[in-house]
Design a protein around this ligand. Structure first.
Ligand code: NAG
Ligand code: NAG
Ligand code: NAG
Ligand code: NAG
Ligand code: NAG
Ligand code: NAG
Length: 938
């Protein structure tokens, strides 16, 4: 062992690739390579995938010196409903690191970039989503091999086609990556970071004999590692370090570290696919020579893990000496999408915290494979033939896509319901074990050379269709078929069956064909039976023919739909490419995303310097929002942005800011202003939004010049857009988001005068800062829901109230709050309500609209606006109902809905009462006593 270590070190120092004991067990598959070769940089032997996979086609790139040989080609597969698998040889119960990589390269395909799924056995591994053709996407899974092979399958392309560049199998040493959960969970690697790295390149084989990839903390990928505490210093040593603990991190990784010279060490990174339960490891070794009376003691303040945050780490003590490994770990910890780490030295410690490396993996629940007995019988059937591509279908028979020749149940584990092996050159006898396939419904083994007896299938109670015709089967025709409750067809003609046909089979309950079995006798044979059989066959023949026709049509239709779906998704794709960013190199899926729209990514982190450059040092102020001042800017890629700077300089709530932003950035809707990125540096909190060229709705509606161009229909369209955005916040997001500050200055207009809602979701932040002044309600005077103001109970109806005010503004062109305009009433609500109650709409409507609208359309909006500003939240409609009312008004205005012909104002007041759906009638009655009948109290 000592000798081996010595050799190992020698190799490392001389950087000569040399063969370790593990290496002979490495499987390194270069997908699409023409032949086997040894990579001179690593000394690893790569084999072509020809012997692993017989499907797909190869794309080769023109050789450039920059990329390593295994990325000069890839194999791609058709975007069909099949799966394409590589089966890796394993030793049962041994642990492995399995890695798949994907480099799309600058292929000359016009198609959108691929997005597809990879599976390990029946377990979903990841969604591979290519956004940057020049980047190598890496997926890593640590598994304990369930059997003597592990299939890795690609399938289910939603854009482009499935492809793969390399597939690597790395055996791990016995102690490594053992968890209490490995019977039921795989480990999907989410982050493995080497701190204090010497170069930007990751460390892997031969430095790590297990060929793990240790990413460099110098890597500048966006959102990769941010939020580094001031005073962080990189340190390194050349001394040897004892690393022989459980996980054997490589020496080179342990020889570098970061220390917080000012007492703190902090980092933040995104964990794709989280929130989830994870296994988290820190690798620590004291690599500074501490003085006699010096100590390094620290504790972890974040993430907050019950029971762990008060634990004081003293590396040298914990590791029993300097230059020795200590591996504190959490075997099962629940982590969020944004991981913030914060270590802080204890008061009595003379040195700050130190960190050499971390590793975080997500637990992925293992999905059971198809029933093993069913699977074994399929294997037995497969071995009856030596011809045909169907025999090479690999992976699980059912998941993620079923083999061509079987159908499966949707149970877990899957069961086989249909075997379809007509005319497949099967030779031999039907396996006796078939009696265990008790979910089998259809068995098609006709047109082969099967011999021997018909096996016992009496326990297959679900059988409906059995086709054994045109074989060489012999022996008796079993009578149990008569007892199968669901049997509809039994075809055994043209075999070598003999003996008497059991009379029960001729009861006429199902179709039976036993022709051309020379030895078969009918007891008291009668022509009647034969003709019955004939009729049944003719009938079933036409039935089959029509089924085939129907299926043909369906197939055609399906193909068409697939095509149109494809073009749709590629359109969607184009729009998302604009907002895409580099996510962390590992997982690309967002399995546990909180929001429905999976096609978008989180906003990226933008450095302060980039923002300063983009805004010319904040030279063009374009507004002042509730968050703070807003500046115009232009990013490097030409994108115009609005940059909002928090006016709150307190250092509290930074964590909350980050969490909120990362949640917000995953809210995407075409009627919400998209968040492009954010920055949090030097106590500055900055949000970068897409720039909206036509400014706020407020500027348009209260500007005598601009409001002229805003006719009634365009106001309706703006209202519809804004209502959609708000409705999405209320019911499309989980958790539901309440805007809290709906007003015309938070509705922004793009170049086409379509509206997007802005400034949502940050409200929580604002309120959190004022928790000690509980009487402060957020909102803007004139828009503030009186109910919320009175009792601080916030719900979606507060937004509805504010939006009702916006609608009244759109109708009247007046400001919501003004002593001159409304006299003693003060606000637009009382003024509008009293006029509308009198049926007097002409005095409400914006003078610049007069004569340009249909009165019914205006009334529809007036009705919904007045309902929305009901004093009690329960009486107000939901946002979706408001949206529907606006769409109604648009239809009327566009003339697609016949107008009622009545233009007298009094009948319109009537309409106010009768045109609501019944659910709103209830609502109306709920406080009619003080609002509908009595004059306003003010
Ligand atoms: C490449 O290596 C594999 C596995 O060792 C072997 O099966 C295959 O025959 C080799 N191919 C060539 C072309 O040498
Ligand atoms: C590769 O290079 C050859 C010759 O230089 C050229 O004919 C071929 O089109 C190139 N292929 C691609 C995919 O660029
Ligand atoms: C692998 O594990 C064995 C014990 O299971 C240990 O003796 C050996 O040193 C380990 N190998 C390496 C390279 O760490
Ligand atoms: C981790 O802990 C959670 C909560 O205690 C538990 O539900 C889960 O099964 C545990 N294991 C894994 C692998 O998630
Ligand atoms: C301990 O360290 C302090 C300075 O940090 C020094 O002044 C003092 O002499 C040291 N004491 C011993 C016993 O080394
Ligand atoms: C710690 O190290 C000392 C020598 O450095 C040794 O005597 C002692 O047994 C070690 N303790 C443990 C628990 O390994």
């Amino acid at each position: 062992m000592g000798m081996l270590c010595y050799l190992l070190l020698l190799c490392l120092h001389m950087m000569i690739p040399c063969v370790f004991s593990q290496v002979k067990d490495f499987v390194s598959i270069d997908c699409g390579a023409r032949g086997n070769y040894t990579d001179p940089n690593t000394g690893l032997t790569w084999v072509s995938d020809v012997s692993f996979n017989r499907y797909g086609n190869v794309v080769e790139f023109n050789t450039t010196n920059k990329i390593s040989p295994q990325y000069r080609s890839y194999r791609y597969f058709p975007a069909d409903n099949k799966k394409y698998c590589y089966t890796l040889p394993t030793t049962e119960r041994k642990r492995y690191l399995i890695r798949a990589t994907f480099l799309y390269g600058d292929s000359n395909f016009d198609d959108p970039y691929p997005m597809f799924e990879i599976y390990m056995d029946a377990t979903h591994w990841s969604t591979v989503k290519i956004k940057d053709a020049s980047r190598v996407y890496v997926e890593e899974m640590i598994v304990r091999a369930p059997s003597d092979s592990v299939p890795v399958c690609l399938c289910c392309a939603s854009t482009g086609f499935p492809f793969i560049s390399t597939l690597e199998l790395r055996p791990l040493n016995d102690s490594m990556y053992m968890t209490d959960y490995e019977d039921n969970f795989f480990l999907k690697v989410a982050a493995r970071i080497n701190f204090g790295a010497m170069t930007i390149n990751p460390i892997r084989y031969p430095d790590d004999p297990y060929d793990r990839i240790w990413e460099s903390d110098l890597d500048q990928r966006q959102n990769y590692l941010v939020g580094m505490a001031p005073g962080t210093k990189r340190i390194r040593t050349l001394k040897n370090i004892k690393t022989s603990l459980r996980e054997y991190p490589p020496l080179k990784v342990m020889q570098t570290a970061v220390v917080g010279t000012k007492g703190r060490l902090s980092y933040r990174l995104d964990l794709d696919g989280f929130p989830a339960n994870a296994r988290a490891y820190a690798y620590l070794a004291e690599i500074e020579d501490l003085g006699k009376n010096e100590t390094r003691k620290f504790s972890m303040l974040q993430p907050s893990i019950p029971g762990y945050n008060d634990v004081v780490v003293n590396i040298a003590e914990n590791a029993n000496g300097s230059y020795a490994l200590y591996e504190p770990s959490y075997m099962n910890v629940s982590l969020d999408f944004v991981l913030s780490c914060l270590f802080s030295k204890t008061r009595d410690s003379t040195r700050g915290p130190l960190l050499n490396a971390i590793e975080i993996s997500k637990y992925v629940q293992i999905v059971p494979k198809t029933d093993s007995q069913d699977d074994a019988i399929l294997d037995a059937l497969r071995s009856l033939s030596s011809k045909g591509a169907w025999r090479h279908e690999s992976g699980d028979p059912c998941v993620p896509a079923q083999w061509e020749w079987v159908n499966c149940s949707s149970t877990m584990p899957s069961r086989i319901t249909k075997i379809f092996l007509s005319n497949k050159v099967l030779n031999g006898s039907i396996p006796m074990e078939i009696k265990q396939m008790n979910q089998l419904e259809e068995l098609w083994l006709d047109g082969n050379s099967l011999r021997g007896l018909i096996p016992d299938m009496s326990s297959l109670r679900s059988l409906t269709v059995v086709h054994l015709e045109n074989n060489r089967l012999s022996g008796q025709l079993p009578s149990y078929f008569a007892e199968l409750p669901k049997l509809r067809e039994l075809y055994v003609q043209n075999n070598c069956l003999s003996g008497n046909i059991p009379p029960a089979l001729l009861s006429g309950k199902f179709i039976i064909n036993y022709d051309a079995n020379p030895g078969l006798n009918i007891i008291g044979g009668s022509g009647h039976q034969r003709s019955l059989r004939f009729i049944l066959i003719v009938v079933s023949g036409t039935f089959v023919a029509s089924i085939i026709l129907l299926l043909g049509c369906l197939w055609l239709l399906r193909n068409r739909r697939r095509k149109s779906l494809k073009s749709e998704s590629s359109e969607k794709y184009d729009s998302f490419r604009i907002v895409s960013k580099h996510s962390t190199r590992y997982s690309i899926s967002r399995g546990a995303s909180l929001f429905a729209d999976e096609n978008f990514d989180v906003a990226c982190y933008i450095s302060l310097s980039a923002i300063e450059e983009g805004t010319c040092n904040f030279s063009t102020k374009i507004g002042e929002g509730s968050f703070g001042p807003v500046y115009y800017g232009k990013m490097k890629d030409g994108k115009e942005v609005a940059v909002k700077i928090s006016s709150d300089q307190s250092s509290h709530g930074t964590q909350q800011f980050v969490n909120e932003v990362s949640l917000l950035s995953r809210v995407h809707h075409k009627n919400l202003v998209p968040l492009v990125g954010y920055c949090e540096e030097d106590h500055q909190r900055i949000l970068v939004y897409e720039y909206m060229h036509n400014g706020t709705l407020r500027n348009h509606i209260h500007d005598s010049e601009k409001k002229r161009s805003l006719n009634w229909l365009s106001r309706l369209l703006i209202a519809e857009d804004a209502a959609k955005g708000l409705a999405y916040l209320h019911s499309g997001c989980n958790p539901c988001i309440i805007h809290r500050d709906v007003k015309t200055s938070n509705i922004l207009l793009d170049t086409n005068m379509r509206a997007k809602v802005s400034d949502f979701g940050l409200s929580k932040q604002a309120e959190e800062n004022f928790t000690h002044i509980s009487s402060v309600a957020r909102g803007t005077v004139g828009y503030l829901d009186p109910e919320y103001y009175a009792n601080q109970q916030l719900n979606d109806k507060s937004d509805v109230y504010s939006f009702g005010i916006v609608l009244l503004e759109l109708i009247s062109g007046r400001k919501p709050f003004s002593v001159e305009d409304y006299g003693s009433d003060w606000n637009i609500v009382h003024w509008a309500r009293s006029l509308l109650r009198k049926g007097d709409i002409s005095n409400i409507v914006d003078p610049s609209l007069i004569g340009t609208f249909k009165i019914e359309s205006l009334w529809r909006i007036a009705e919904i606006a007045i309902l929305s500003v009901e004093p009690h939240g329960v009486c107000r409609p939901r946002m979706q109902e408001v949206e529907l009312a606006i769409q109604d008004a648009i239809k009327i205005e566009k003339g697609s809905k016949p107008s009622s012909g009545s233009s007298s104002s009094s009948s319109n007041v009537l309409a106010l009462h009768v045109s609501f759906p019944s659910s709103q009638l209830e609502i109306l009655s709920c406080n009619s006593s003080n609002n509908m009948n009595l004059p306003s109290a003010r």
